[in-house]
Design a protein around this ligand. Structure first.
Ligand code: PHE
Length: 444
């Protein structure tokens, strides 16, 4: 049996988990969903879900990993052999996310190149983004480049190097994001946008808001796909579980909040309210306009997209690594063979998502573009299913007390034990069934 290496310190664990959690989900996905689904209302729903549901699920996943010392497929099975399927189901999620994540990573790479070569001003034009994603070949090329970079890093096993760099880059990204957000909210005309983003308004509330917030929560915190179980398996027994989870949560949510503050008010200033419905392109449409109006915008834009690229790479590495290690473990393939296979499959699976805005734009599934459909299937269908079974598994099979025991290995008290137990057993499962039903209705 392989010796499992451990994170040497609690900070190391928190940073590594936060590195996986903070990525395009925070900077690209959160702002466009918040813009689309009611601004302040979405934000409030998201925050409530994070401290209750997100906390409980993340705690459960990390505790299961640490308790068993195994990654998802083995961990659930070890605790109860009837739940082996859950590990497999969870592992399917990254397989769906990874290809289209790389498509967006490709867009980020393209924007970095544009800003580096002094084309930032042209990227601020209204049709720049739509022309780019509609072109037949170019987005595929950037997608391929991003995917290849991820694959090379995973193949050479130089993730550690990248993680070191990103530990330095992340704080810089935070500072830059704060700076850009401050610049944006002080622009004339930003007030309406700030109010839209921060003030909940009951009339914006709908089940769609909750569905979107829930999907975003899974995505952003890397939940319901076995990843946190794996991270937990590397965590030392004397690291405080509860406060680690709280810290990851604060870090991840804080980042998303800032990204929203950077993008949403700027939408009101530069594009007008109607642009709130832009969807996945929002960051790419809005930020170049911000940079074009800023002193040193070209340079700031280049630095910004470079940092976003790093955040995206750490996440795509963790996605790809998960899939590669499952294949290595299951099929006993070499790392090289399995990494290459994953890369080729991701290329084949991701290409339609990329082309769905161009040559394949006539293909609509449930009225969604191919990329949006992949996003919907993983975030609004598969992850709620995995989360539901995880709750049932913890609530009624291994019991919340088993998680409590694991938590108390590293601290005398488990402060949120009551909340945890009620959430995992009753509130979360009921809620998840409701969410799933509403997804299905959305479907038909
Ligand atoms: N949480 C990451 C993000 O917000 C996405 C991700 C999911 C990364 C799963 C790794 C694993 O971008």
């Amino acid at each position: 049996m392989k010796e499992r290496s451990n994170f040497s310190s609690r900070l190391g664990f928190v940073l590594a988990a936060a590195g996986s959690a903070v990525g395009l989900g925070n900077i690209w996905r959160f702002p466009y969903l918040a813009a689309q689904y009611g601004g302040g209302t979405f934000l409030l729903v998201y925050l409530i879900l994070t401290v209750t549901f997100g906390f409980s699920l993340m705690l459960a996943e990390i505790a299961i990993g640490r308790k068993t010392g195994l990654s998802a497929i083995g961990a659930f099975k070890k605790l109860d052999h009837r739940f082996g399927f859950l590990g497999i189901l969870a592992s399917l999620v990254p397989i769906i996310i990874f290809p289209y994540y790389s498509v967006i990573g490709g867009w980020v790479t393209k924007y970095l190149a544009v800003f580096l070569t002094g084309g930032g001003k042209s990227a601020a034009a209204d049709t720049y983004y739509t022309d780019f994603i509609a072109s037949p070949v170019e987005p595929l090329g950037w997608f391929f480049l991003f995917l290849a970079a991820t694959a090379v890093i995973v193949l050479l096993g130089v993730e550690k190097g990248i993680e070191k760099v990103s530990k330095f880059m992340m704080p810089v990204l935070v500072i830059l994001t704060v700076g850009i957000a401050v610049y944006c909210i002080t622009l004339p005309g930003a007030g309406e946008g700030v109010a839209y983003y921060l003030k909940p308004n009951l009339k914006d509330f709908s089940t769609k808001t909750v569905l979107a917030a829930m999907g975003q929560l899974f995505y952003s915190m890397s939940l319901a796909m076995g990843i946190m179980v794996t991270y937990g398996s590397y965590m030392q027994k004397d690291n405080n579980l509860e406060s680690s989870v709280r810290q990851i949560e604060i870090f991840d949510t804080g980042f998303a909040f800032l990204a929203g503050l950077m993008i949403i008010p700027a939408v009101f200033v530069f594009s007008g309210k109607d642009a709130l419905q832009t969807g996945p392109g929002l960051m790419f449409v809005t930020l170049p306009k911000v940079f074009a109006n800023m002193p040193f915008g070209e340079l700031i834009g280049a630095v910004f997209f470079l940092l976003v690229l790093f955040a995206a790479l750490t996440s795509s590495i963790s996605l790809m690594e998960t899939i590669v290690s499952i294949i290595c473990d299951r099929l006993h393939w070499t790392r090289k063979r399995s990494a290459l296979t994953v890369a080729v499959c991701a290329l084949i699976l991701g290409a339609p998502s990329s082309m769905g805005f161009g040559p394949l734009s006539f293909v609509k599934i449930l009225n969604l573009s191919i990329l949006d459909f992949m996003d919907f299937i993983s975030n609004s269908v598969m992850m709620p299913v995995v989360a539901f079974f995880t709750c049932i598994f913890v609530g009624f099979f291994i019991k919340p007390e088993a998680i409590g025991e694991e938590v108390r290995l590293s601290s005398r008290t488990f402060k949120s034990e009551k909340l945890f137990s009620v959430m995992i057993k009753w509130i979360a499962p009921l809620f998840l069934v409701a969410i799933l039903l509403s997804s299905v209705f959305h479907w038909v």
